[in-house]
Design a protein around this ligand. Structure first.
Ligand code: SF4
Length: 467
């Protein structure tokens, strides 16, 4: 504000007759500095409109111009980001961030991370997730504070309102998750009054901001874990009885790479068949229970199976290949079939109300097995497992592509907003930290490293100028 006021004053001063000009420079300075005494400042006639009004005027004019071109949709890329600078003013979660930084964060907000760490320890986990207990330290967090999640939610809600459209529209990522290296069955938050927000409540809040599909992924839970079992049963019922959550995609993951199956296979390799059978049975029972729990959503065709295995021709990967995956699923489906039969024949009808449904569900799940994902990121724990040179070479090619952060800043389409508000960008093979961080109350807290491969170099905000 200071610059235009002074210019305006200088302009009028030079237009006053020399004899009437104030000779004492101190007197002149005081007059200028007491801005409220100047009618032109008070009523903002000669100094133009406030920054807020300027931004509003710019948005209005831009919308009019787009409408004239018959463009009805709007997104942040259609606006000059410099002209929007200041629109975020007063929104606490954006304190210290420019609009250019906020735009970059919004466009790379694939993962709104609410929790870190996972007990499943799958060998194929691209995020090399470790159990949350592994991450405990006084200055470390592995869960977002509900207050920070609210800050993010209300902050972006207000920004979207001021813009007149969602800043997340047209961002490069097509879906959102509420995790990076956690299992969705374990995610829920509690506010300071003890109110619990389940995955659907939290997903709804993110969906309101981004208008995107929200992914729910689970690799299952321990059959003895009554709390998670109850939480999942309630979640399924809630999703089933309301179309409010139709934007949630439910993915269930049963894979040869799960830690339990991996452990069973190690016993098999060492010739300990009894231990193999025992642990394999724990795993297949666990996954049959997961499918049984999600049956009401399977019947609505809202469940997808994440089926991942290595190609049959992969060398030195016994137990992890396509054919091994079919064998694993046949064991799980057999157990599921028994559970269905029991449920129906006992008259309990917890999930199976109609006998025909048993076959239909198994057929539906069998269909899902047609989409085996073989293009797996061979990194982290998987790199120890797969020694086939052909696959290893593929991994190295990917990692080499983005050694230069200047390339990554443009090339990486996805990102991770960690539980302390820090943004990382990713291509799922490697990550870069950025100097962009939301103003969370826990912004000074440390978190576990973001995997896979976290580059030492950082994406700094000056690199965004080139975008
Ligand atoms: S369940 Fe998901 S996050 Fe957890 S270890 Fe497995 S792949 Fe990783």
């Amino acid at each position: 504000m200071i610059t235009p006021i002074l210019k305006s004053y200088i302009y009028s001063y030079t237009n006053i007759e020399p004899s009437k000009r104030i000779q004492n420079p101190t007197q002149a300075d005081n007059t200028v500095l007491d801005l409220n005494k100047l009618p032109s400042y008070k009523y903002q006639i000669s100094f133009g409109c406030s920054e807020e009004e300027k931004i509003k005027k710019y948005i209005k004019n831009r919308k009019r111009s787009l409408n004239r071109q018959h463009i009805s949709y709007k997104n942040i890329n259609m606006y000059n980001i410099n002209r929007l600078e200041g629109i975020q003013e007063g929104i606490d979660v954006f304190k210290g961030l420019s609009m250019r930084q906020i735009k970059y964060l919004a466009q790379h907000s694939t993962e709104f991370v609410l929790q870190r760490g996972c007990h499943n320890m799958c060998a194929h986990c691209y995020a090399s997730a470790m159990p949350p207990s592994y991450q405990k330290a006084p200055d470390k967090i592995n869960k977002i504070d509900f207050e920070d999640f609210e800050k993010l939610y209300y902050g972006f809600q207000e920004l979207n309102k001021r813009l007149g459209f969602s800043i997340f529209k047209n961002s490069k990522n097509e879906y959102n998750t509420l995790f990076h290296d956690a299992d969705s069955s374990t995610i829920f938050l509690q506010d300071k009054n003890g109110k619990v927000y389940d995955y659907l409540d939290l997903a709804k809040m993110v969906n309101e901001l981004t208008e995107k599909e929200i992914v729910f992924d689970t690799a299952g839970w321990n059959i003895q874990d009554k709390k998670t079992q109850e939480r999942m049963e309630k979640l399924v019922e809630k999703a089933l009885n309301s179309n409010e959550y139709d934007f949630v995609a439910f993915n269930l993951s049963a894979n040869p790479f799960h830690a339990l199956n991996h452990r069973a296979l190690q016993h098999l390799k060492n010739g300990n068949y009894a231990q193999y059978k025992k642990i394999r049975d724990i795993y297949t029972t666990r996954m049959a229970n997961v499918l049984f729990t999600f049956t009401p959503l399977i019947e609505k065709e809202r469940v997808r199976l994440i089926v991942r295995a290595l190609p049959n021709e992969t060398k030195n990967a016994n137990g992890y290949r396509e054919d091994d995956l079919f064998m694993l699923y046949s064991e799980i489906f057999n157990k599921l079939f028994k559970l269905y039969k029991q449920d129906y024949e006992s008259g309990a009808h917890k999930v199976i109300k109609d006998k025909d449904q048993i076959e239909k569900n198994i057929d539906y799940l069998n269909e899902e097995l047609k989409n085996i994902e073989q293009a797996l990121g061979i990194n982290g724990r998987m790199a120890d497992l797969v020694t086939d040179k052909k696959i290893f070479a593929y991994k190295n090619t990917k990692a080499r592509t983005y050694k230069d952060p200047q390339k990554a800043v443009k090339g990486f389409k996805d990102g991770i907003i960690d539980v302390n508000g820090k943004l990382y960008i990713t291509n799922w093979y490697e990550n870069y930290p950025t100097d962009i961080q939301l103003n969370y109350k826990n912004k000074d807290k440390k978190t576990a490293d973001i995997s896979p491969y976290l580059n030492e170099k950082m994406i700094t905000s000056d690199m965004l100028d080139t975008l």
